[in-house]
Design a protein around this ligand. Sequence first.
Ligand SMILES: Nc1ncnc2c1ncn2[C@@H]1O[C@H](COP(=O)(O)OP(=O)(O)OP(=O)(O)O)[C@@H](O)[C@H]1O
Ligand SMILES: [Mg+2]
Length: 345
Amino acid sequence: MSDSKENKSPRSSTSDNLQQLSLKEHYEVEKELGRGTYGKVVLARCRHTGTQVALKLLPKSSTKMRDFQREFQLSYFLSPHSNIIDTYNVAFETRSSFVFAQEHAPLGDLFDAIPPQLGMRESDAKNVVKQLASALEFMHSKHLVHRDIKPENVLVMAPDFSRVKLMDFGMTRKHGNMVRKTNGSIPYTPPEVCEAVRNESIYVSSSADVWALAVLLFCMLTGNFPWENADIGDMYFKEFVLWQRRKTTKLPSQWRRFTPRAMKFFRKALDVKPERRCEVREIHKYLSDAWTQKPRTNDSEEDSGSSASCDHMDELATMLQDHGIETRVDRRLRERRISEWLLSL
Ligand SMILES: Nc1ncnc2c1ncn2[C@@H]1O[C@H](COP(=O)(O)OP(=O)(O)OP(=O)(O)O)[C@@H](O)[C@H]1O
Ligand SMILES: [Mg+2]
């Protein structure tokens, strides 16, 4: 009886021996949902139960059984969190692939939800970052580091972003472990990993997720990357670091749309030194603040001055904010307060 049940629905969670199955015999593959560096994900219906699932297929030619088991077991273990994709107790191998099953996210991933060059609504970005922070806090509390935070690894479960889920635990490792650098750098890669050469040992730290989450937040709010590479040879990164280290008060232009409060968070989360970076939970302190300021209008009085003086005011506002002085008020009032503050010095 139990044998026939097992034949009906492929099952295996923590056993090291995988059932060898024919995919076609057990599933009707409906369409491809996506592809990544390591595998592909298809939408499939189990022929025996009628359940629709997302199957992640990792080719045996490029995947070690040990790596497959690690990804499947971590995904399964982290599933109870409401902002982490559900992984089912279903894993098996075919002739060419290792396979495990997850819940299907019909709205796809976050990458497609970010309008290029425009970004998402601030309220939507806040909703997303809050949920991702919760998923990461859960992982970090278990000493696990995701190590691949990017919009392609976030699934959208509701059109108003009231539910998003973190997925793809293929790179997840224990905080404190040493791993070899195998992948090239992407805009979400922190500087301490960017500077490592291929095959060099790198220290796994939850601070890497903080960095990537902050870069993802910038992307959500702007529709652009802040830089291509967190490397001093990248002009955009270099300009940010000069501001970040207070070598200049001039905020690079792509950051000027943000309020001083948002910049305060970015300064802490994007600290070049991983040991000085804030923790993921820091984001909660900023959720009730405005993060982006309204674009300047052409005909307003405040713009009749030079843009340099506006920039100067923004820099002063940032300094004030760093000293705990609230400057999130309309520009004229803010300028008056700044003048009063300067006079009082
Ligand atoms: N459960 C799902 N529901 C809907 N789409 C999914 C699901 N799982 C994955 N996808 C899509 O498939 C893509 C690739 O999946 P996944 O990130 O697991 O593969 P990967 O090879 O590990 O990727 P990476 O290049 O990030 O390492 C995702 O970016 C997403 O668009
Ligand atoms: Mg992925």
